[in-house]
Design a protein around this ligand. Structure first.
Ligand code: MN
Length: 302
């Protein structure tokens, strides 16, 4: 799945805020639609554009596939990794590096855009039931953002027992258990199932955020459900999640530079965004081609 980022999410010229000390800053998500699927966009926000290198969070479902089938034709990305994680349902990913990969719950897709990639995503026609998941973007650092595109699929992810909870490590490491997924900057992403309270160890050098995916969970006495992003600041060495539910934990070292985001592009300057848009509209080989029967998605006007 994919953006697009619009000025309704964040101005394209936005900078990056300084991380706050430990806090619970609750930011309301925005309802949006991506390729026929209703989503809640939790990042970027005008008041909070990145958490570490995490720069985009869409939570979709739970919804019946009949109401929320995803059909996203070929579209481009630069300067980011896309991370796809499903709680229910199935998607098929196709990209310009030649991948054709179904993804199911418990599996992780991570695509690296570097200087340019394109991909398509769709719900397989034969799949019914419920669709539920998250699509995340990670901004690439200067060292890799002009590098080659790539794709990786991980069929199973490591888990950590946390008392009355279990964390699946999507990116980075938790309690010494590391994900096999690529990370170009210090980062954590975990899916935490909480069955009556869980204590999650954190890196105090990271800033963190939490999105409740199911149920209701308490953080520092604030009860939270789906639809909001709780920004937790920096300096915490553990997170006490009370109640029963399921949450996405995101964190990382404060990102190295302000990012500029527009549509499906993450860059540093307006010129880079303009050039990426021009290249996509011109059918430039920078973005390759995708073997998809869905129509190519045109760039919106600048
Ligand atoms: Mn995309």
């Amino acid at each position: 799945m994919s953006g697009p980022i619009t000025p309704g999410d964040v101005p394209p010229t936005a900078g990056t805020e300084s991380p706050a000390p430990p806090c619970v800053e609750v930011l309301e998500g925005r309802r949006a639609e991506v390729g026929g699927t209703p989503v809640t966009r939790l990042l970027p926000k005008r008041a909070r554009r990145t958490i570490g290198a995490w720069c985009f969070v869409d939570h979709f479902g739970p919804a019946e596939v009949a109401d929320a089938a995803m059909q996203i034709g070929p579209h481009p990305h630069i300067g980011l990794h896309t991370v796809t994680w499903l709680l229910a349902g199935e998607l098929v990913h196709r990209d310009s590096v030649g991948s054709e990969q179904p993804i199911r719950p418990g599996q992780l897709n991570l695509m690296t855009a570097g200087r340019g990639v394109s991909h398509a995503e769709e719900t397989p026609a034969v799949v019914g039931g419920v669709m539920h998941g998250v699509q995340l973007w990670v901004a690439q650092p200067e060292a890799t953002r002009f590098g080659a595109p790539a794709f990786e699929h991980h069929a199973a992810m490591p888990q950590v027992e946390l008392g009355a909870g279990t964390a699946t490590v999507l990116v980075g490491a938790l309690d010494g258990i590391a994900s096999p997924a690529r990370a170009d900057t210090p980062l954590i992403g975990a899916d935490v199932v909480v069955g009556g309270g869980a204590l999650v160890p954190l890196d105090p050098g990271f800033e963190h955020g939490v999105v409740v995916l199911e149920g209701r969970l308490g953080i520092d006495g604030r009860e939270l459900g789906p639809g909001v992003l709780a920004y937790l600041g920096r300096g915490r060495d553990e997170l006490d999640l009370a109640g029963r539910g399921r949450a996405l934990l995101l964190g990382g070292a404060p990102f190295e530079a302000p990012v500029r985001m527009w549509w499906n592009f993450v860059a540093r300057t307006q010129d880079e965004l303009d050039e990426a848009r021009r290249a996509w509209e011109a059918g430039d080989s920078r973005f390759g081609t995708v073997a998809s029967s869905l129509p190519r998605v045109p760039a919106p006007p600048l």
